[in-house]
Design a protein around this ligand. Structure first.
Ligand SMILES: C[S@@+](CC[C@H](N)C(=O)[O-])C[C@H]1O[C@@H](n2cnc3c(N)ncnc32)[C@H](O)[C@@H]1O
Length: 134
């Protein structure tokens, strides 16, 4: 994947960071409650998973996991999105690491995370298969 295209993708999402609201209902309490219940069903038992949210955007999934007690890192290619995610983490009073990077070339060693998640990322990628393989 050429660097110019990645730069354009990051620039596009930087322009979206002020208007983006996580796809459908943003951070509204009803949508968050539905996701919260789903996550509780999927992740049971261990309350201290190391979780990576790729294409975290404004941190919707990352922050839900952080609120459930997990150790969460949110990765995104657009710094503007990450700044919004940091603000949302502050508003919620949760501790989450946010890293700027490319989900197709993850800047982490193998076995750094117990769980890798993403929401609404794959459809935005030129090579989604690469993310699933990495
Ligand atoms: C549709 S938004 C989804 C954001 C968030 N996951 C959500 O559900 O609200 C797609 C996000 O993926 C990010 N993104 C796009 N390509 C990426 C890449 N190669 N690596 C990391 N993040 C990427 C964008 O910057 C944007 O924040």
């Amino acid at each position: 994947m050429n660097a110019r295209l990645k730069h354009q993708i990051a620039a596009y999402w930087n322009t979206r960071c002020r208007s983006y609201s996580n796809g459908t209902g943003g951070f509204g309490p009803e949508e968050r409650a539905v996701w919260w219940d789903e996550l509780t069903i999927i992740v049971t038992g261990d309350t201290h998973l190391r979780v990576l949210d790729t294409g975290t955007g404004l941190g919707f999934l990352a922050l839900l996991f952080a609120e459930q007690g997990h150790q969460v890192t949110g990765l995104d290619i657009a710094p503007g999105m990450l700044r919004g995610a940091c603000r949302n983490a502050d508003d919620l009073g949760v501790s989450t690491a946010f890293v700027c990077g490319d989900a197709e070339h993850l800047p982490f060693k193998a076995h750094t995370f117990d769980l890798v998640i993403s929401k609404y990322l794959l459809w935005t990628l030129p090579s989604p298969d690469r993310v699933l393989e990495s």
